[in-house]
Structure formats: C-alpha cells, structure tokens
Design a protein around this ligand. Structure first.
Ligand SMILES: Cc1ncc(COP(=O)(O)O)c(C=O)c1O
Length: 385
C-alpha cells in the first residue's frame, strides 16, 4: 500500500494526530461501566425511567426490524405519523418532518434550502453538522463571531446577496451558553433573512413542556426552520424539522438525507414517542436540571475554574492546555468518573476543557465527590485557570 498516494496522506494525517496527542479513539463499553457518567447527552436520564421503556415496548409491538426502505418508498410503521403529530402538538407548529438523526436533519435541510448564491451567516461555534450541511450545499459561508450581534449585523449589512439565511445552535454544545435568539430574529427581519435554529441541546429542558429555547424566548413564530434531535434529552434517536407545511413538502422533495436513506425502525419511534409524552406530562424536569447545573457551576467557579458563559446543563471546565485536560480526564477516570477532555480541533486552539454534562441521574453525594476530586487534582497540580 506504501506507493498508493492516497494511503500516504491517510498515514500522514493519523501520524500528525498521534504526535500531537490528538488521536481520537472510541472508549470501550467495558471501561466506562460503573462510572459516574458526565459525558452523556441524556440530560433527563430518561433511559432509567421504567415507565417509558414499558410504554415503548407496548408501542413497538416487538417489531425490532428496520423500516426496510426509505420512508418515501414505503412506511412500515404508523408511528411515523403518530410521532410527527405528537411533536406538532408539543412544539405548537404547523408541521414536522422526521429525519434519522439530528445530523441528517441539518445536512438534508441545509443542502435543500441553500443554493450556490445563498449566503449563510453561521455562528462560529455552531455544530459540525451545520458546517457539513453548508459544505454539501456549496453555498457561501459567512461565519460571525460567537453570539456577537454587532459582528453579525456588520456582515449582514455588507452583503449584497439576494438569499440570506442566519443559522445558529440555540444552546452551544461545547460552551453551554445560549444564542441571543430575540436579537437574531430582529436582525433577520431588518435584513430580510430566513432563520434556522438547532435546538439539539435545548429540547426537553427549556420552554414550556421542554419545547426549547425558541419557545422560552417567545420567538418560535419568527423562526422559519427549527431543527431538533431526539437523541439527547429525549434519550432516543432521530432528528426533526418543525415549521411550515410548505417547507415540509419542499424537504420531502429535495432533502437528500431523507429521500435516499432507510428510515427509523418502529422500536426507535416507539421510544421517542413514549419519552416525549413523559416529558410533556412531567413538567419541571428541565427546571430541576438547570438548578442542579447552576449549583455545580457555582462550585466549579469557587474552586477557581472558568466555566465561560455557560448558563445551561453543559458546563465547561476550562483548562486551556491539551495536556492538562487529558491529565484531568485520566485522573477522573481512575476515580470512576467519566468526563471527556474536549480538545482542538473540536474546540478552538488553547481552549481545551473538560465538558461536564449535568443530568438528572447524578445524585447530590456524587456531585460532592466529583467536586472534591476536582479540587484535589487542582491542588496536586497547582493548576491556575
Ligand atoms: C447542536 C447539535 N446539532 C446536531 C447534533 C446531531 O444530533 P444527532 O446526535 O441526533 O445526530 C448534535 C450532536 O451532538 C449537536 O450537538
């Protein structure tokens, strides 16, 4: 293989990752078992809720096989419509379209909506799936500084493009801060843009019944495209578009990740449906989670760590240096705590961190244990953040 040029490049890329200690690996299930898990995105811990699993099992009717084709060719389950209707009533929107994941939703929606001449104004810290959708569309990417409305306006006013789209995460997955949605919507009105938001980390937590940050901010009606995922607080799998019926029709016709991929199986739809019903019935879960996260964040700051502008259940513990982040991650691991070190290229250079994902499955005594361990590591290493 040594003489095949493509292999040379693959080898070089892997060697570079290895020598900079940035090689990604998939942690094994065995290693993580029994740990206090601060890496999960299951913020409401719904996988542990027996009533949801029991309800899902009933809805699934023991049909564990896949959908056997793209949904556009044939639908093997009545739960597609039932789940879409549940989300319509939950989000109080006109229409919903399910995708296989949040990643597929962002990819398929941006690819369909954006033409070559469309200018997409994208927060620098948006999720990779948004960047990938923009790249697939081949449209013009204009990145604005993170949550910086003056910078966004400067770029909008300098644009002569006919078609403009502003796209933002509502809760940022690595910093745990929130997008200024009201300001974004008002700039969109001023400059005649479409608005797309990704509620992946807000669904189930913010807003009435956990509808999301757009609902909490009171701007749902001003947003053209709302994307959500069912893989985080909902603890299932799948992504969705929420918005107008006409846009849904457009995506059914032009969104390639939907058209050309086998759709979700009935058992997954069943879990999603049961979990959403549980969230709607048990109001206050999001609020409880945010209180827990705020208390944890306060303690982290008292120990002396920056948590950036986090105001959600995602709490970064800033280390800056890659090696410090790795060292702390290993230290935690040896004490049965799973908390991932997030390093460049996932985050900008010199902003390596531990990403704490606070969830309802963490008990108060576990929280104390984690904070004590963190203080001990800091003392041992004389680390100054
Ligand atoms: C902001 C954001 N959007 C989309 C996704 C992708 O969602 P999914 O895991 O359902 O593919 C993620 C996943 O981490 C995310 O953080």
């Amino acid at each position: 293989m040594q003489n095949v040029p493509l292999y040379n490049r693959i080898e070089k890329a892997l060697s570079q990752r290895e020598s900079s200690h940035r090689l990604r690996v998939i942690p094994s299930f065995k290693n993580a078992a029994g740990n206090i898990d601060l890496s999960t995105n299951s913020y409401l811990n719904l996988q542990a809720e027996r009533s949801i699993s029991e309800e899902a099992a009933k809805l699934a009717e023991a049909r564990l096989h896949g959908n056997l084709s793209s949904r556009l060719i044939s639908e093997q389950s009545g739960l597609f419509t039932e789940l879409e209707n549940e989300i319509i009533s939950w989000k109080r929107c006109e229409s919903v379209l399910l995708y296989n994941s949040g990643y597929c939703a962002n990819l398929g929606i941006l690819q369909a909506v954006c033409a070559r001449d469309t200018e997409v104004f994208c927060d620098r810290l948006n999720h990779a799936s948004i960047y990938d959708g923009i790249a697939l569309a081949g449209c013009k990417l204009i990145r604005y500084s993170h949550c910086d409305m003056a910078d966004l306006e400067k770029r909008l006013s300098a644009s002569s493009a006919k078609e403009k789209l502003i796209v933002t995460d509502t809760v940022f997955s690595m910093d745990g801060d929130r997008a200024p949605l009201a300001d974004i919507c008002s700039l969109a009105r001023k400059y005649n843009c479409m608005v797309m938001v990704d509620e992946a980390h807000a669904v189930g937590i913010f807003g009435k019944e956990g509808r999301g940050l757009a609902d909490e901010t009171g701007v749902s009606g001003e947003i053209d495209i709302i994307v959500g995922t069912l893989s985080k607080a909902v603890a299932g799998l799948g992504g969705y578009f929420a918005g107008s019926s006409r846009l849904r029709e457009f995506f059914v016709n032009f969104s390639r990740s939907l058209i050309y991929s086998t759709s979700l199986p009935q058992n997954v739809l069943a879990f999603d449906l049961a979990a959403i019903r549980h969230i709607r019935k048990n109001s206050g879960l999001g609020e409880k989670l945010l209180h827990k996260a705020a208390a944890f964040r306060d303690c982290l700051q008292k120990i002396g760590f920056s948590t950036l502008n986090s105001s959600t259940q995602i709490v970064p513990c800033m280390l800056g240096d890659d090696n410090a982040a790795l060292d702390l991650c290993r230290f935690f691991h040896s004490r049965k705590i799973s908390a991932p070190a997030v390093r460049p290229p996932t985050v900008p250079d010199s902003t390596a961190r531990i990403r704490f994902s606070i969830h309802l499955g963490i008990e108060d005594d576990q929280m104390d244990y984690i904070l004590n361990q963190l203080a001990q590591w800091k003392k041992q290493n004389g680390f100054l953040s």
